[in-house]
Design a protein. Structure first.
Length: 539
């Protein structure tokens, strides 16, 4: 076997100082652990050129300083939220600082040169990654062969400025975005290389911690792809920005946020006391295009249980709904069946029950046999079950993938090839709402599924997660979940798959289904129809 003798990809970093966040610390550890990467140099900004307080190299107009009263009140809120965050298993060390000198040798660390004279000789590194704010010296611009990239901790189409992660919570946006840019000497010429959106958390520091964690992960993924290809990705489309850049909150912002935070904390306490969202399933005896959801009949929940993720199938003129039956006390779901007739739902029984959580019972036929692919992320597998006797006798037929945390997988045939759409949690965050992945195989019972070269196709909590599928002749519609502010499953969108090949996956949005069809409902995250009956769920 020929050893890999390609030269290492040289990376440089630009930092504000040697006391660094856990996210920069983890990013550096990732570089050091990769045999194909070399951390060539670390440049430390001079105190006069670094902008303190914003870990984002691309923040705009952040020189506003609030009044002393507003600043003091906001500091108190941050102190309180820091106490909340200390109890969070995943983000308790969000505010902690780490010593860079314990991680890397002193020889690769140097101070920034403010000399604007041209450089002599070739660039020091292949790529310079900036974790600092403020203008860059000419020597820095010329130090990297492929250029300079940085994280902007907001979706720059919607927000610019800071603090990172605050304004999305203040305005209760459903998602919080981030951008990875190639920096240019003129900021208006910066090039967007990557965008992502995550679900907005319900308080500022928690949202910021989630934003920092996930954006740094995707920064590492992008750097890895650049190192493998030797070139930057194609710049993404830019759009006009029509808002005033945000800054540190003023007094009225802080007071408004504090009152909202109190309300949200009370809501969370009530949820723990049993007043949490309850999911229900409803159905209509019609095809999906003419469905008036407010007319739907509701399948009653059993005490201590709720129903969700319904799929409908018609057998011999009879309509059966397979759904997740979630036991609230056990915190575990199983797959149950109801027969739907004359706007009434009759409980048939349990189709599949395991000693781990099951949900999302996606049904499909292959060679005349009915199969089910339920969510089995709890055991880090994608499984399919074969129906032995409809509707309640099923057996495990095949484990398609192992060692993967995937949710809401859907298998279907198109143009003579089988495809899988699934939502993968790439770093075990417990979050399947960000990435949509596509795989293909010669048949659905194969254990050789080829990942699409474009994976992941979406990194966006607004529409990446699957929420059902609808066929209409040769047309195929993926139902996508949209996550809401502080909640899972706010609305669904139907998105037609217009192109699916070994090179492309393209879909276009057809319609939005919002939770406005009944009173006192807060979300809907699943929709399915077989042409005769339409089913959906709501919270």
């Amino acid at each position: 076997m020929t050893p890999d003798i390609r030269p290492k990809f040289r990376i440089g970093l630009l930092l504000n100082g040697t006391s660094i966040s856990k996210y920069v610390f983890d990013f550096i550890k990732w570089i050091l652990a990769d045999d194909h990467l070399e951390l060539k140099s670390i440049i430390i900004r001079s105190p006069s050129s670094a902008t303190v307080g914003f870990p984002d190299a691309c923040q705009d107009d952040c020189d506003y300083r609030p009044t002393p009263v507003a600043g003091f009140l906001f500091t108190l809120i941050v102190m309180f939220e820091r106490l909340l965050l200390l109890k969070n298993r995943d983000h308790h060390d969000h505010m902690q600082k780490f010593d860079l000198l314990l991680l890397v040798p002193h020889g690769i660390i140097r101070a920034e040169s403010l000399d604007d004279s041209p450089r002599d000789g070739p660039p020091d590194v292949d790529l310079l990654v900036v974790f600092s704010s403020g203008p860059l010296s000419k020597g820095v611009w010329e130090s990297a062969k492929l250029g300079v990239i940085a994280l902007s901790l907001s979706d720059r189409r919607n927000y610019r400025g800071g603090p990172p992660g605050f304004w999305e919570v203040y305005f209760r946006d459903d998602v919080t975005g981030f951008t990875i840019e190639r920096l240019r000497s003129a900021p208006q010429e910066n090039e967007t290389l990557f965008r992502g959106q995550i679900a907005t958390q319900y308080y500022y520091l928690l949202n910021q911690a989630s934003l920092f964690q996930k954006s740094t992960y995707y920064l590492a993924q992008l750097v890895g792809r650049i190192a493998a290809s030797g070139k930057l990705p194609t710049r993404q489309e830019e759009l006009p920005f029509s808002r005033i850049p945000q800054h540190n909150p003023e007094l009225h912002h802080t007071l408004h946020y504090a009152l909202g935070l109190i309300g949200l904390l009370i809501s969370k306490i009530l949820q723990k006391l049993g007043r949490d969202y309850r999911w229900k399933v409803a159905f209509l005896p019609c095809e999906w295009r003419v469905a008036a959801l407010w007319r739907a009949s509701i399948i009653p929940n059993k005490p201590g249980h709720y129903l969700a993720d319904p799929f409908i199938i018609t057998q011999d003129g009879r309509h059966f709904c397979f759904a997740e039956d979630y036991d609230i006390a056990q915190r575990r779901g199983r797959i149950v069946v109801y027969e739907l007739k004359d706007r009434q739902a009759a409980y048939v029984g349990i189709a599949i029950q395991e000693d781990f959580h099951l949900s999302y019972p996606f049904l499909f036929y292959y060679d005349g046999v009915l199969y089910m692919c339920p969510e089995t992320s709890a055991v880090r597998e994608i499984r399919i079950y074969r129906c032995l006797e409809f509707p309640l006798r099923w057996t495990l037929d095949k484990v398609l993938m192992t060692g993967v945390s995937a949710a809401d997988s859907m298998l279907f045939e198109r143009d003579g090839r089988w495809w899988m759409l699934t939502n993968i949690d790439p770093a075990d965050w417990g979050d399947h709402a960000i990435e949509l992945h596509v795989f293909s195989a010669t048949n659905p019972v194969s254990d050789k599924w080829t990942p699409h070269p474009g994976n992941p196709f979406f990194i966006d909590a607004a529409f990446a997660r699957n929420g059902g599928m609808v066929r209409e002749g040769d047309r195929l519609f993926r139902v996508a979940q949209s996550q809401g502010f502080g909640m899972y499953g706010k609305r669904t969108t139907l998105r037609e798959i217009v192109e699916l090949t070994d090179q492309q996956y393209v879909e276009r949005q057809i319609c939005v289904i919002s939770p406005q069809f009944r009173r006192r409902i807060f979300g809907t995250h699943h929709f399915h129809s077989d042409g005769a009956v339409t089913v959906f769920d709501f919270a």
